[in-house]
Design a protein around this ligand. Sequence first.
Ligand SMILES: *[C@@H]1O[C@H](CO)[C@@H](O)[C@H](O)[C@H]1NC(C)=O
Ligand SMILES: *[C@@H]1O[C@H](CO)[C@@H](O)[C@H](O)[C@H]1NC(C)=O
Ligand SMILES: [Zn+2]
Ligand SMILES: [Zn+2]
Length: 590
Amino acid sequence: MNKAVFWLPILFFTVWADGLTIPSRRPQFQQVQGTDSGELLIRDLHVGELNFLHTTDTHGWLGSHLTQPNYDADWGDFVSFASRFRENRVGAESDLILVDTGDKHDGNGLSDATVPNGLESTKVFNEQDYDLLTLGNHELYTEENTILEYCSTASSKKFKDAYVSSNVEFVTNEGKLVPFGSKYRFFRTRNREFRILALSFMFNFQRTNTRAKVTPALESLNQDWFKEVIFKYPAENVDVLVVFGHMPITDPENREINQVHRRLREIYPETVIQYFGGHSHIRDFAVFDRQSTGLQSGRFSETVGFLSITDVKGNDPRFFRRYLDFNKNSFAYHSRVSQSNLATEKGSRISNHLSKLRENLSLNEVVGYVPNTYYMDTKPLRSKHNIYHLLTSKVLPRLKSQQTDNTKSRFIIINTGAIRYDLYKGNFTKDSEYIVSPFPNDWNYIEVPLSLAEGVADYLNEGPVLLRSMAPPSVFKRSRPGLCPFIHDPKRSKGYTTLDDYGCEGDDIPHNTEIYYDVPNVVQSVELKSGTEDTAHLVFYSFIQRDVVRALNALNRRTTVAKRHYSEKDCRQYGGHATKELLKEWIRDL
Ligand SMILES: *[C@@H]1O[C@H](CO)[C@@H](O)[C@H](O)[C@H]1NC(C)=O
Ligand SMILES: *[C@@H]1O[C@H](CO)[C@@H](O)[C@H](O)[C@H]1NC(C)=O
Ligand SMILES: [Zn+2]
Ligand SMILES: [Zn+2]
């Protein structure tokens, strides 16, 4: 197997930034087997003594990806899958635990077209019988979301034990701080009776609304509640520590999860610790030490993460991970049923409910037809298949001001966070709008020397992220690009080729590899008018005004083109339609 060539340097040692070298273990490999089609391969998974299915960052994507056949399963199919998988693969000899790590809205019409956001989608999400679940930062931006999450899920009859949050608190109507669900959960698994102690940590998120409070994970581990946990559940009484939460598994910048691990190892030196993470929207698996690994399962219902542990109580537990594509073919294959037998009664009921919900929310309403697919980061910025190229060349030039004339050269700058997802070929619906470009915006402008205006976009792209990015959910850079063997095979679906601490074969479907390109902070549309004066109109989202003014002054200090300082008072309203409206108009006019 030629793959070993690629693994050697990666697999046997994982070198952490702090210089610790930890031998990681050899992965277990399953025979690669053919699917029904006989041509496209699917990698099987290895069922262990203790098994997990993990979702994260679903962001309202409960109704499948209608324009991406590769992710054609909806929440009903996922519920069917979990139940068939338990029945046919896990059985009575092993155990299965279902985990989710938060961020359940902001990203799809099913969640975002209701008031409050998540009103209907939360009920659908909660149909899955999670054993462990928690919240993400997207449950903490608005008060109404936080209240909904607390009342409908964290303190619900179904989930009041399963919902764990060790470092987030809810603020009651009376202003009292109470745990957001349980602080921890201790339980025995159904079949093998493994003793599980579960903790859940949110990353250090400090922009919550007034109805919630996040305590940094390390700080919360020094509080009394944790001393009680250690006292009640010392190492000899715990088989597996499950630490799940809305925190990236690989975090080279803050190393928050590594600090948590170090602290937990002081108390549980030999215990198997299994992490489940989220927030950075990637597929990822990390080896922490001989008895500890972490799994992160992507985003937007594109992935179900599978993890198993064998020899749980032995000296040498073995871990196995697999990223399952969120589609019916994968679900049927892994649960050993034919696709026509995948749906359970409950699953079909959920799927039907979702179709009705789509209709009720008018998500299928067609705005127009998009003739090609436009990508955010899997085509280079200059490509005509790149969505930012589309915006700057076709969409933004349609902007018309009601406040000023158009005789001057014009630069229109937008931050790339304004786009949330690829724009797919096919019908553009009300749902597509929530998916691709949901944010409204106002335009402001400032008149400045042309030579200053020219430099602003580059300046903003040199720096770190903008003061206020339109984040939710932001585009994260893939941390370790390019090291897996590149697969070029047009017969396969485009998708992830994930590199993690066990190598390059984690994805259940070997995809036609996607290459990811860096996305800058901002992009601009430039219209130069010849023979006009040497000033230009610099047009931008009111939202990034502070960044633009800061850039102008910094550039001016370098060049002293203008003998003055700029302030936000120099900026004026430009008027015109928001980018999302301009995009719709462009699609309608095609
Ligand atoms: C759709 O709307 C109808 C009429 O208002 C209502 O009776 C039904 O319960 C709604 N269905 C869903 C799934 O929201
Ligand atoms: C696209 O929209 C048209 C009419 O607006 C409709 O007839 C057609 O069925 C839609 N296609 C899909 C794949 O939904
Ligand atoms: Zn997210
Ligand atoms: Zn998040």
